[in-house]
Design a protein around this ligand. Structure first.
Ligand code: UD1
Ligand code: CA
Length: 494
């Protein structure tokens, strides 16, 4: 939901660049860190200052980008940049689009779609400083050890900002300056509009530079100032995949630290990855090598990990999830999952229930206190409360064409290797014997057996596998006994 618009007149997010160094068929700003596209992060920061309008300038792969924007921020105004290159031109076309109804007045903020760690707090500080000092332009800057490639901040004797010089256009002396332009600014709308009309492409790159606005604003008597941030990560862009992973690691480090400060135990931050969209309660414990993605939420006192990857999973209070791979599942309070468990979408495990080792589940609702402890598959099924599903049980839900449902009641006890051939219903309190293949409904309280006769053929190994270790051991075991019948047959017991 978009908050009430009480902030600047507009935020313009620049995102027309090609991003060729990513070497990707996916547009650069759609690459993700922390489970969200770079442009998604940029738009969240932009929205957090409550602009009256939000425009995003696109050009490269514009249709792919527009489709993504429809998902992440459908209210954003998409503006297409024309053939004239440069950040100045990008802002100019956005301003023209936003001015179409009514000329903007007040503060216009410019940010980049590929600077994902910029926080709403820093952006708000930029806007507040800009408005408090009644500046024409306020630029966000940082002091870097290596400023290569960046526009340098030019300051006068008294320290006031006089302009920005692009790296490619700068002198030897200017290249020694380590204070750089982040590309993020707050402008007075009228100053920006007037200055952009005078910006030319007369520079080493033949582009309309947004940075030229600072000098022009000063010449016409406006105050130009800077907000210097000590947190370089917040102004860092990702141009290639090496920078993308560095930004992703830093974002994760910040996310994990924030959760620890909020009362979550994270045993090994270095191997714990938490998406920005995940929520955790106090006293959750995360064990090493755990990844939590998407809309995953974990309630108080739950323990997750080690070696667990969960996407869009809801975990109830006090539950434990160990060495599990899961998505789209709901795990009830005090329930236990794992180790070596595969939860697929639609799995709903009730309070104090259990899905144990080497189980795969999909589209199954399991009632309170019911246990599927070991080795099996449960799909397209409904299981009541306090039911115990024996080892190796399988719902045979697929007939080769369609999926069918299995319904199992409450208080049921199934023997090992029971197969439910769906569609089939097993009533409350029913029992099944080992190896039962249930093809027809079982009434409540019944015992179901599918009995195949057992036949022992004595002396078979000696006759058919002579000279083997088995034959030798069998001979030793039967040496003193003198059994005569060659074969016995009897029915199974459960
Ligand atoms: C720009 C700044 C530079 C600053 C640096 C910070 C200018 C002239 N230079 O340089 O002072 O230190 O950012 O990273 O502004 N974009 C468009 N349309 C365009 C060109 C760029 O939308 O025609 C967008 C890009 O998608 C990107 C941003 O603007 O998000 C910056 O573009 P980029 O080419 O990276 O600018 P730099 O030359 O690095
Ligand atoms: Ca850049």
């Amino acid at each position: 939901m978009i908050p009430e618009n009480t902030g600047p007149a507009a935020v313009i997010v620049l995102a027309a660049g090609a991003g060729t160094r990513m070497k990707s068929r996916t547009p650069k700003i759609l690459h993700e860190i922390g489970g969200r596209s770079m442009v998604g992060h940029a738009l969240l920061a932009a929205r957090s200052v409550n602009p009256r309008q939000l425009a995003i300038v696109v050009r490269h792969e514009r249709d792919l980008v527009a489709r993504h924007l429809a998902d992440v921020d459908p209210a954003a105004v998409i503006v297409d940049q024309d053939d004239i290159p440069g950040t100045g031109r990008a802002v100019e076309v956005a301003l023209q689009a936003l001015d179409a109804d009514q000329h903007l007045t007040g503060t216009v903020v410019v940010t980049y779609g590929d600077v994902p760690l910029l926080s709403g707090e820093l952006l708000a500080e930029l806007v507040a400083t800009h408005e408090r000092e009644a500046n024409a332009v306020t630029v966000l800057t940082a002091v870097l050890d290596d400023a290569t490639g960046y526009g340098r901040i030019l300051r006068g004797e008294d320290g006031t900002v006089t302009g920005i010089r692009e790296h490619k256009d700068s002198s030897e002396a200017e290249r020694l300056i380590r204070e750089v332009n982040s590309g993020i600014y707050a402008f007075d709308a009228a100053v920006l509009r007037d200055a952009l009309a005078h910006v030319t492409t007369d520079n080493s790159q033949g582009e309309k530079y947004l940075t030229d606005v600072l000098g022009l604003a000063r010449e016409s008597g406006g105050r130009v100032a800077a907000v210097v941030t000590a947190d370089r990560w917040q102004v860092e862009g990702a141009n290639d995949r090496v920078q993308l992973s560095a930004l992703g690691a830093e974002l994760n480090r910040r996310t994990v630290e924030a959760w620890m400060r909020a009362g979550v135990t994270v045993v090994d931050p270095a191997t714990t990855w938490i998406d920005s969209s995940v929520t955790l309660d106090e006293d959750v414990r995360i064990l090493p090598n755990t990844q939590l993605h998407g809309t995953t939420t974990v309630a108080r006192d739950a323990v997750v990990g080690p070696d667990t990857t969960l996407t869009d999973v809801t975990i109830g209070e006090g539950a434990t999830v160990t060495r599990t791979h899961g998505s789209g599942a709901v795990i009830g309070a005090r329930a236990a999952v794992g180790p070596f468990t595969y939860l697929r979408p639609g799995t709903v495990l009730g309070e104090a229930g259990k899905i144990g080792a080497f189980y795969e589940t999909k589209n199954v609702t399991i009632g309170r206190g019911s246990k599927l402890s070991h080795l099996g598959y449960a799909g397209d099924a409904e299981i009541g409360e306090d039911t115990n599903i024996g080892c190796g049980n399988i719902t045979a839900n697929y007939d080769g064409e369609k999926k069918h449902r299995t319904v199992i009641g409450s208080g049921v006890r199934t023997g090992s290797n029971t197969v439910f051939v769906a569609p089939v219903t097993v009533g409350d309190g029913a029992y099944s014997g080992a190896g039962a293949v249930i093809r027809k409904d079982v009434p409540a309280g019944a015992l179901v057996l599918t009995v195949a006769a057992q036949r022992n053929t004595e002396g078979w190994v000696a006759a058919n596998r002579p000279g083997t270790r088995s034959a030798e051991l069998a001979q030793a075991a039967t040496k003193d006994s003198s059994s005569t019948p060659a074969s016995t047959e009897e029915g199974n017991q459960p």
